[in-house]
Design a protein around this ligand. Structure first.
Ligand SMILES: [Zn+2]
Length: 416
């Protein structure tokens, strides 16, 4: 098993053009005493939408690391993969996010459920977890229900894991994450405990787990939900993980992974407090926020850059339904708040960047426009060289925005 560093931070580089600006944020953070390991992540879905290959992400990351002299560790995440999509990620990646969301709720074999319950009497009754005041009161029926919902998914995770072990020729060179975030209902801390017991039974050396937390984690915008409720749940999840590590012999490095973790400014103070209080590690994925900063940078550059940003918005508006479809569980766009293409075409550079840049106190900020552009990277992909050339022509302004967004709006509030 490759050991996953304590604090890891997922960054996405949709067009394999931003790794230098992203790595600069980690270098600046390190100067401030924040030791975070970059994890470049790009899901199969994003590769398919853009028409790119995982090896391109590897090349961009390696190049940035070499050019900027980064001597720390860095990882490449095969994000949200399953048995049918993992193969092209095997060689370039050393972090694998096994996505089992599709199998959650698929009824398990009754014999498996019975065997699970029989081998885990410790899960039934009053379960005392260090760090949680009230013991969990878990009934046999609760365990049965959760086992029914998740056993099949954990078996699927094991099958993907074993496939990667065989393809990689061993277990020593990668980190394993299991993700359950892109599903309909959140997992409660008692459910997380049962799921971790099942994952341990499958022999998966899981080091990060991405549950679906309470509230909405929409892409590119702030948390929508009750931050106090989130705080309680997050702290309970941390306690459950520490308990599961001891009880089920899971890797001591096991930690929570927060998916769609960019831009969740209202819960960062609670995450920071929790990890500082407990000493727990954290993995947070922030992929898509970077692409939005590319658009901010183009708009800020004015001239042709601004014109291209407007063109991408107009096209995204036109293709809204198709663009939103793959992201249905992780976006929430109010159509009535989307300005028309005509209105946006009349905007100045500042009006555009005010609307898009994630500064909630800015009266011009528009979370709906931001979410639409978040899923609109396919439009930029279809522009091909025109888009890449625009990034190159305006590289300084784009890079400044990419770095500042990661460092000032994400890393500092979470870790400093
Ligand atoms: Zn996810």
């Amino acid at each position: 098993m490759k050991i996953c560093p304590k604090y890891t931070f997922g960054v996405g580089d949709r067009f394999a053009n931003g790794a230098h600006a992203q790595l600069t944020a980690f270098i600046e953070a390190k100067k401030l005493g924040i030791d975070i390991t970059p994890v470049w992540n790009k899901s199969n879905r994003e590769h398919n939408i853009i028409g790119s290959e995982p090896v391109q992400t590897r090349q961009a990351a390696d190049q940035a690391v070499a050019d900027l002299g980064w001597s720390g560790e860095y990882l490449l995440d095969a994000d949200h993969i399953n048995l049918s999509t993992v193969d092209r990620f095997v060689a370039p990646c050393d972090f694998f996010t096994l996505d089992v969301a599709d199998d959650i709720g698929e009824a398990a074999d009754p014999a498996d459920v019975e065997a699970f319950i029989a081998s885990h009497p410790e899960l039934i009754g009053s379960v005392v977890i260090q760090g949680i005041a009230q013991p969990f009161e878990i009934t046999r029926a609760d365990v049965e229900k959760t086992a029914n919902q998740f056993l099949k998914a954990t078996r699927k995770a094991a099958a993907i894991y074993q496939h990667i072990v065989a393809a990689k020729g061993g277990v020593d060179h990668f980190v394993t994450e299991v993700s359950m975030d892109e599903t309909d209902s959140p997992q409660t801390p008692p459910e997380l405990l049962i799921i971790l017991a099942a994952i341990a039974d499958q022999g998966i050396p899981i080091q990060t787990i991405a549950p679906k937390f309470t509230g909405r984690f929409n892409k590119g915008v702030d948390y929508a939900g009750d931050p106090q409720q989130f705080e309680k749940e997050f702290n309970h999840d941390l306690a459950v993980i520490a308990h599961a590590v001891k009880t089920y012999g899971l890797p001591a490095t096991l930690k929570l992974s927060v998916h769609s973790g960019s831009d969740k400014f209202s819960i960062y103070p609670f995450i920071k407090k929790a990890i500082q209080r407990t000493g727990a590690g954290l993995h947070i994925k922030t992929a898509g926020t970077n692409w939005l900063e590319e658009i901010v940078g183009l708009a800020e550059s004015g001239g042709e850059g601004l014109a291209l940003a407007k063109q991408i918005y107009a096209k995204a508006l036109e293709k809204k339904e198709a663009l939103c479809e793959p992201y249905a569980t992780v976006i929430d766009i109010k159509d009535s708040n989307l300005p028309s293409a005509e209105v946006v075409n009349s905007w100045t550079s500042t009006q555009f960047t005010d609307a898009l840049r994630h500064i909630p106190t800015n009266p011009g900020y528009n979370a709906d426009l931001r979410q639409l552009l978040h899923v609109g990277f396919k439009i930029a992909a279809q522009l091909g060289d025109t888009y890449i050339q625009a990034l190159k022509d305006n590289s300084e302004v784009v890079a400044k925005n990419v770095t500042a967004n990661l460092l000032d709006r994400h890393m500092k509030p979470l870790f400093l």
